[in-house]
Design a protein around this ligand. Sequence first.
Ligand code: ATP
Ligand code: MG
Length: 483
Amino acid sequence: MINILIIDDEPEVGHFLSYLLSSKGYTVSLGGSGKDFYHLIRERVYDLALLDIRLPDANGLDILKQLKKTCPGCKSIVMTGYSTIKTAVDAIKLGANDYIEKPFEDIDELESLIDRLLHHNQTVNDSEIHRIAKQTGLVIGSGKEMRHLIMLAYKIAKKNINVLIEGETGTGKEVLAHFVHQASLRSDNPFLAVNCGSLSESLLESELFGHEKGAFTGAIKERKGIFEIANKGTIFLDEIAEASLSTQVKLLRVLESGEYMRVGDEAVRRTNTRIVAASHVDLAGAVEQKMFREDLLYRLEVVKLTIPPLRDRKQDIPELLTYFLEKQQSQLSFSEEAVNLLQHYQWPGNIRELVNVVKRATALAEGETRMISSEYLPDKLRAATYDRTSSRASIIPALGKSEKDLQFYLEDWVKHIHQLWAAEQDVGLDEIIQQVKELEVRIGRAFVTKMLKETMGNRKEAAERLEITTRQLRYFLNEKKGG
Ligand SMILES: Nc1ncnc2c1ncn2[C@@H]1O[C@H](COP(=O)(O)OP(=O)(O)OP(=O)(O)O)[C@@H](O)[C@H]1O
Ligand SMILES: [Mg+2]
């Protein structure tokens, strides 16, 4: 016998579900309030609970927590209206198996969801997740945090909601976006990426929305934008924080209504695209600084997936190494000592930096040895291990005392890079940009650490004196929001 608990304060919904499920042979208990829930939960052990997230006398998330405690084996589906979708996503984070939107548009879908939860076990999901991860080149690793994150990404991928991915540079935001697309019902349609930081405002708008012939100098032909090309598919808006305020207004309109206009055209067009946006800067901080529209952020972050930096999931490094060696079809492997060194490094450039280190090491070791020892790793990895006990700020070279000195120093540095580039053809731009990104993080951290010393650890004052927000300060210290 299968027991199902239904809690909903709208009698029509409760009775409808009760009728539907009883007719399929399930034993149904129906309640209309939080009070009913606390009463019914003591009466029997349930296999499945359908919970309204908004009840007059109780918080849906509290009820879910109680359900997990009292009846750990019970599967759960939360029911939500559009206005409470964010809470529904929180419920999934808390362990609800899924959510459905009210009013129910597709009863078959609801029935098959219930059927799946009751009769399939977790391994079906797991093997599907691994299949898609493999297909999109995403290593999940053995750490709990990433496994949870990917499970959440998988569950929400099938919903029609926008996703925001945050994470430091090189943590795999684009890879995860691709995973979300592949796991979604849109996977047969296009996945297109646009980097909002690499184009000028007018080019970005023409890329997004398309343009008419003659819309601006150089627009010799009409052109489709990606909202048109990726219709029914997914658009990955990378570095979304870089979009100008005026582009943000246009994006908000598409997100709210699905409507947009080509540049130089008055005709309103419609699109059905899912947005996955990414940012390596904290968007809430950008909102505080009035650089980013709050209403747009609200629309984008229906679900927020935050990828942890590599230094916080070092247990995943061995699996990543195996994957990257395989990808390069290399027969080499890393020595235990080398892996150990790799696991002690801070990885400011995250997985991208790891990829580069593996590429370099295999290129050097190929033909010389089968086992990559620490000698084939860059010096900075060893330096970082020796430095571990001293302060983090010491990693960067000594700077001058005044602002002027610092400016000279940076100009010098740029000159030096130019010279290097002129002299040595094979200094890759990619590599330099990577190092600049690492430097950005290091400089930020060094400034913050120094200022915190001066203010005896007073964060508010340190932020004020650096003229940054406390959020940015936490970002530089690599702490999560609210941490
Ligand atoms: N989980 C992962 N498994 C395998 N490879 C990964 C993973 N995450 C990232 N990578 C690899 O690391 C590199 C950087 O990933 P990606 O471009 O997705 O990072 P990002 O977060 O978008 O970085 P940025 O903020 O600089 O744009 C890519 O080569 C990608 O294939
Ligand atoms: Mg990226």
